[in-house]
Design a protein around this ligand. Structure first.
Ligand code: 6PG
Length: 470
């Protein structure tokens, strides 16, 4: 069995096991490795035929089983574990072998690992994999970055296992170094935004329209057959219909309102700040997870302050406006994420193809949505489009839905229902589309107290005014 298996995978948790079984379903032979003997045994049993799917706890046996150049994917927790696994593999590898990190690693860690392994003539890919456990088994969206030359060895396997949209695989070589991890990070930032927005619409339908979970289930299901069609709208509909096993009610009502996070959304926001690109819908989605975690403080504060009783709105009217507002805000979240990718592409030399990225998000990943199908065209003409808001096809969609968004944001503010994602999306739109903002006053203040200087609208140059003396 030496040097015969096409593909190796380290980390046989649910994601890893599902991914390797998917590889085997596509006709490739695959070999797994995990420090946990039970995980190894489970894979061998589920694989059925050890000549097609096999596994071993011993790293040396694992590496020896793989054909050359070895293609070894890691699906292990991001951070130190990735470095530890790389070190354990290194003594057994040969020049030209390929390691692919399929986890949500921070992009600068990927750059460091790529440079370190390059010195040893080992190719390193950071490949974001989206779609959760089901995606890994049935077809994820894969976002690989690394050496273009080495990608030829990985390409047939990735194209076979990836989700398909109209027959096209949801995977593409994205760029050098950490391009793949970076794109996956921003994918997750957008994911945070879409999830926050969906939760606000759920709150609004409940508090303003009195829609029951069952009615909301039907509402989201209907939206999912229209322009809002997306994985997150689809699962929201299913979640709202789920009965609870442990009580008489619906499961969603019994779930504690504290959202956890593993960091990718926060990294997206942090890096957007470093780049100087505004992504307020993603920022607020991270902040809302942080506010949600302050549950005991929120309970105390709720006792101190009164809030208005929401004025009731006719269900159908509300649902119609909510559909428009969610569509509007989804566009803002994608526009911000794509803007960040465009800038990062220049800053880090990724040479990203934004249309291609939208294409590989059309199926398999958490962000898959009907509105992504319009993004490739938007970036085709002109290819250097700075922001989706400037594209004619998107400006039409935005113009149709902005009025309803304004009404709901105003309603939320008056009636004490927090809609930070929606209102941020609207503010982003209003600010980005204002040819004159009041930041001239900020420049004047900066110059007043710190002599920081300012520019003028009527002539070139840098100016300073002796404000106090004047
Ligand atoms: C995906 C997801 C996935 C992510 C989870 C959890 O694309 O399949 O983005 O990679 O790990 O969504 O993220 P948080 O724990 O940060 O919410």
């Amino acid at each position: 069995m030496a040097n015969t298996y096409d593909f190796g995978l380290v980390g046989l948790g649910v994601m890893g096991r599902n991914f390797i079984l998917n590889v085997a379903d596509q006709g490739f032979t695959a070999f797994g490795n995990d420090v946990n003997e039970d995980a190894v045994a489970t894979l061998i049993e589920e694989g059925g035929d050890p000549s097609k799917v096999n596994a071993d706890v011993e790293v040396s046996n694992f590496v020896a089983a793989l054909s050359k150049p070895r293609k070894i994917m890691l699906l292990v927790p991001a951070g130190k574990v990735v470095d530890a696994v790389i070190e354990s593999l290194l003594p057994h590898l040969e020049e030209g072998d390929i390691i692919i990190d399929g986890g949500n690693s921070f992009f600068t860690d990927t750059d460091r690992r790529e440079a370190y392994l390059k010195e040893k003539h080992i190719n390193f890919f950071g490949a974001g994999v989206s779609g959760g456990a089901k995606g890994a088994r049935k077809g994820p969206s894969i976002m690989p970055g690394g050496s273009r030359e080495a990608y030829q060895y990985v390409k047939p396997i990735f194209e076979a296992v990836a989700a398909k949209y109209d027959g096209e695989p949801c995977v593409a070589y994205l760029g050098p170094k950490s391009a793949g991890n970076y794109v996956k990070m921003v994918h997750n930032g957008i994911e945070y935004g879409l999830m926050q927005l969906t939760s606000e619409i759920y709150d609004l339908l409940k508090k303003a329209g009195g829609l029951t979970n069952q009615e909301q289930h039907e509402c989201f299901a209907k939206w999912n057959s229209g322009r809002l069609q997306s994985f997150l709208v689809e699962i929201t509909s299913e979640i709202l219909a789920q009965k609870d096993d442990l009580s008489d009610g619906d499961l969603v009502d019994m779930i504690l309102d504290k959202a956890k996070q593993k960091g990718t959304g926060k990294w997206t926001s942090q890096n957007a700040m470093d780049l100087g690109i505004p992504v307020p819908t993603i920022d607020i989605a991270v902040s809302m997870r942080e506010i949600s975690a302050l549950k005991s403080e929120r309970i105390k504060a709720d006792e101190i302050y009164d809030r208005p009783n929401p004025e009731s709105v006719v269900k159908d009217t509300l649902a119609n406006k909510a559909e428009q507002a969610l569509y509007f805000a989804f566009i803002m979240a994608y526009a911000q994420g794509m803007h960040q990718l465009a800038d990062a592409s220049k800053e880090y030399g990724y040479a990203l193809n934004l249309g291609e990225i939208a294409k590989i998000w059309r199926a398999g990943c958490i962000n898959r949505a009907a509105l992504l199908t319009d993004i490739p065209n938007a970036f085709k003409a002109p290819p250097d489009l700075a922001n989706l808001l400037l594209s004619p096809s998107f400006s039409e969609k935005i113009k149709e839905t902005v009025a309803a968004t304004r009404e709901l944001v105003a309603y939320g503010a008056t009636n004490g229902i927090p809609l930070p994602g929606l209102s941020n999306a609207l503010t982003y739109f209003d600010a980005y589309t204002s040819s004159r903002l009041p930041l001239n006053l900020i420049q004047a203040q900066r110059d007043y107290f710190g002599s920081h200087t300012y520019e003028r609208i009527d002539r070139e140059g840098i100016f300073h005014t002796a404000w106090e003396e004047d």
